[in-house]
Design a protein around this ligand. Sequence first.
Ligand SMILES: [Zn+2]
Length: 254
Amino acid sequence: MKLTTGLAAALLVSAALAPSLAEAAACSAACDWGYGPENGPPSWSELCCPVCDGRNQSPIDIRTEDVVPGDLGSLTLTYRESHLEFSNTGHGLRVTYELEDGENYLEFGGQRYPFVDFHFHSLSEHTIDGRSAPLEIHFVHRRTSFDLAVIAVLVEEGEHKPAFNPLWNSLPADQSLEPRTVIFNPRKLLPNKLAYYSYRGSLTTPDCAEVVSWFVLKQAMNMSTEQIEAFREIFSANYRPTQSLNGRVVRSGG
Ligand SMILES: [Zn+2]
């Protein structure tokens, strides 16, 4: 059956605006995505998942003059010193608990979000008033597949930060290396104050699912030039550019 042009266009528009959950599940995070000229962010929707062209994508530029002050409540972290495993995923440095560990979690809005992993991007993915930071850390918490809470911490160039040493002393130079382990409390990589900018968005890598409550911390961490360069020697430009806000509101809290 031949669709009329109008109907075909309407279907295309509705598919672009509201990718179904089935579609999101069908698209694959295992596709050959990356950050290069052939497989970089502009190609993700075609290469992997139409959802990557959705209207609630991340990261975004946070325009501080447009932020709405809110009373969203504070973030409470329960992170304990744990056995962590870190590896080069080919897309970045990812740190996970060696064992599933429900004892580390974020509490927000009366809900408990178990801690899944943290990982690094360079440059930062979120920008503040159009400005990038050299690095950004994402602390990922997942209550269900459709309800994730990610805390983003920008890392600025400054003093040497020994807290990163357990990871930085043996950064895995390539993907073929076995995961490394370390005993570590990830709380050391977050600033003392957890005041944040918050909005609803997506994962910043395929499948780009729009299931994330983002908390971009106002206070940044510091790292020395040498520490930033050590990371960039291995992981260069593993960030997605900012996406359109499309009417979403960014609130402050914490
Ligand atoms: Zn990330």
